[in-house]
Design a protein around this ligand. Structure first.
Ligand code: 0PR
Length: 365
């Protein structure tokens, strides 16, 4: 660290330089994050210093967190769900497994996840010393429920289903999986980190939430399709009292117990997430999702005219292809199976897709 500080002007000209090295979202087709909605930015700035880790000091921000949980709960057909705002899908998934591991009390617990699960489950199982059993997917990259049944035993503390896979944007057969979970008395955690703010707004919603009796918990991320600022995830559980399993004493804080993983937590991002939902309402969210889905269909259509076949027809706004050309200056990603992958987030406007297709056509020709 410097002995004496530099001028603000010098500092910010250095930071502008660094900012210039960042990707602008404009040509980014590989991300599940997006430019935050302007109301999220404004709300975040307004609550920039709020620390939800000491909620008694920031009662306003803390009550907005409760409102956010209530809004997301009602979206997922369970307004009375317990929940809190996490730092994102990784923390939500870890905390859900932590709850169900404690509930089970087994000495050698296992969790059963589809092979398509996000790598956050690997981290969570490593930290929690849980055996992770993977279930193969079918040809459409969705978990095979028969193979799931074979992997369950008396030490299975949780089944995981994915409502919107990271790589292919497909939804596991959650209704069937929830039935299996219910029959075996094993809690089902649904990772809807990406899909949670998409599926409820589709023309034909797919069952994935608390409306299914076997679903015990759901992870949904405002900092992905919720268009909030980073970091903001949400973990919701069917029974609010389950969070008591995670409580630790916090004697010198304004609240005496805490169930969250992080101590200090961003109030700004949480208020930002609430702001977007309030400002857009279901109508506004439907419009955003409809746009993303139309753009996905347009991209698939356009790529197929060049002979790049879709790897699968997605449920959500993720498109994957058997091969493809990447024009210079664009960010795309590749799945573990080698498919080219693009995510049609809200910043990927129709004009961006047309530009991408035009440039791809030029390379292709
Ligand atoms: N669950 C699912 C289904 C996810 O897709 C992700 C992240 C997570 C959990 C973990 O969420 P956090 O990253 O919030 O902890 N999916 C994206 C991915 O890993 C995250 C991402 C976002 C990656 C933007 C790159 C990027 O530019 O691909």
């Amino acid at each position: 660290m410097r002995e004496s500080g530099i001028s603000e002007e010098e500092l910010f000209s250095f930071l502008s330089l660094k900012k210039g090295e960042d990707s602008r979202y404009h040509h980014v087709l590989s991300s599940m994050c997006t430019l935050p909605h302007p109301v999220a930015v404004r709300a975040h700035q307004m609550f920039i210093e709020a620390n939800l880790g000491d909620p008694g000091l920031f009662r306003g921000a803390a009550s907005v967190e409760n409102l956010l949980v209530e809004r997301v709960g009602s979206l997922l057909h369970h307004p009375g769900a317990g929940g809190y705002a996490t730092s994102g899908g990784t923390e939500s998934n870890l905390q859900a497994l932590r709850i169900f591991r404690k509930m089970k009390g087994s000495r050698r617990p296992n969790v059963v996840v589809p092979e398509s699960a996000h790598f956050s489950f690997e981290k969570a199982c490593d930290i929690l010393c849980i055996e992770m059993r993977t279930v193969p997917c079918d040809q459409t990259f969705r978990m095979d429920p028969d193979a799931l049944q074979e992997r369950l035993d008396a030490d299975t503390c949780c089944i995981v289903g994915i409502a919107g896979t990271t790589e292919y944007g497909v939804v596991d057969p959650i209704e069937t999986i929830a039935g299996i979970a219910h029959d075996h008395g094993i809690p089902l955690h649904v990772d809807a980190a990406f899909g949670g703010f998409v599926i409820p707004f589709l023309k034909r919603p797919i069952p994935f939430d608390f409306s299914l009796p076997g679903v015990a918990s759901v992870a949904v991320d405002p900092h992905k399709m919720g268009m909030s600022t980073i970091p903001c995830g949400c973990l919701l559980v069917r029974e609010p009292s389950w969070f008591n399993l995670l409580n630790v004493d916090t004697p010198y804080l304004t609240v005496k117990q805490e169930c969250t993983l992080a101590g200090t937590r961003s109030g700004g991002a949480v208020v930002g997430a609430f702001a977007v939902l309030e400002f857009l309402g279901r109508e506004g969210m439907r419009a955003v999702v409809e746009g993303c889905m139309k753009n996905t269909a347009r991209l698939i259509d356009g790529m197929e005219t060049f002979g790049y076949r879709r790897a699968v027809t997605p449920d959500l706004n993720v498109a994957t292809f058997e091969g493809g050309a990447v024009p210079p200056g664009w960010q795309v990603s590749w799945t573990r199976r080698g498919h080219m992958r693009m995510v049609m987030m809200p910043h990927v406007h129709r004009s961006v897709i047309e530009e991408y297709l035009k440039e791809t056509g030029e390379i292709h020709a």
